[in-house]
Design a protein around this ligand. Structure first.
Ligand code: RIB
Length: 308
């Protein structure tokens, strides 16, 4: 049985400031706490899946700057296969500016750098590892053409895909029929389904039904403090969020995606995989930073024992 989780996507150097309130237009907020760490939705998902117990390979494109060697070394230290992390000259790696205000709410802006150079020919070079995939995870911080290319390939090779449609931006919805599991938050689901931002589980179901009608097999909508919901043509699950002390919500969705994939590849039921992913993202929001906050398998299991 194949068990490899192949994550195809972005990596970023994250520059984070936590402050007691986010600045208004023209305001300077002083006394912020600064932290430089590593992020990017693809890398966060790869790290989360590896720490949750997955056998992970990461296909990614990085640039040349002082931070990049350590960024890639960290993936190796987490046991991730980095043979297909491509390095480009004369471009920086992706960078993100993260501002965290009270209650862990964040503002994010991203300069994609080398992430936008992850192209179809690199995917072709990574074919040996793609052939081994039990599941492919994608996000949306790489070019739309690359996403389409991978979805075509995965369909042809019969490999299930988890597409975390984040961040939300225009996409050819004809391609959604090639997605096995579409994972999005309340803003992204509203954007893709053409509804308003989702506020209730009823609205989530309405958006999910629109997306299922476009050909997606399964839809998972993460609803922050309201948990997560799953819909397919014949199943529906609601998973309330765990009550935890929130420090930083950055990468909660990434940790959910990476650990959910581990659950599915291990043969957990959808409900149990969601519970596992919910626990992992609940732990993630109690710590600062994207990759530093992705929990280890033993932490997830201990949390699940304590929070039945
Ligand atoms: O999902 C969180 C991530 O989004 C951050 O790590 C940042 O790099 C951006 O990609």
């Amino acid at each position: 049985m194949k068990n490899k989780i192949v994550v195809i996507g972005s990596s970023n150097v994250d520059l984070i400031m936590k402050m007691d309130h986010l600045p208004q237009k023209g305001e300077t907020v002083t006394d912020a706490f600064f932290m430089q760490t590593y992020g990017g939705k693809g890398a966060n998902q790869a790290v989360a899946a590896a720490r949750a117990g997955g056998n992970v390979a990461f296909i990614n494109c990085v640039g040349q700057d002082a931070y990049t060697p350590q960024m890639v070394q960290n993936y190796k230290d987490d046991g991730i296969d980095t043979r297909y992390v491509f390095k480009m000259n004369n471009v920086t790696s992706g960078h993100a500016l993260v501002m965290i205000g009270n209650e862990g709410v964040n503002y994010l802006s991203v300069a994609p750098g080398a992430n936008y150079l992850l192209t179809n020919d690199m995917i072709d070079k990574a074919m040996p590892i793609i052939e081994e995939a039990a599941v492919i995870i994608l996000q949306y911080e790489i070019p739309a053409d690359t996403i389409k290319y991978v979805l075509d390939l995965a369909t042809e090779k019969n490999i299930p895909t988890v597409w975390n449609f984040a961040p939300a931006r225009a996409f050819d919805t004809n391609y959604l029929s090639k997605v096995t599991t579409l994972m999005l938050n309340e803003v992204e689901a509203g954007f893709l389904a053409g509804t308003a931002t989702i506020k209730t589980t009823e609205e989530a179901e309405k958006a999910a039904r629109i997306l299922l009608n476009l050909g997606v097999k399964e839809v998972i909508i993460t609803l922050g403090e309201n948990g997560a919901v799953y819909f397919s043509s014949n199943e529906k699950h609601t998973m309330p969020a765990y009550k935890v002390d929130v420090v930083d919500t950055t990468s909660a969705g990434d940790v959910f995606a990476g650990s959910y994939a581990v659950g599915i590849v291990e043969g957990m039921t959808i409900k149990n995989a969601m519970r596992f992913a919910n626990a992992a993202s609940g732990l993630c929001v109690t710590k600062m930073g994207a990759q530093p906050s992705a929990p280890m398998r033993k932490e997830i299991e201990a949390f699940l024992k304590e929070n039945v």
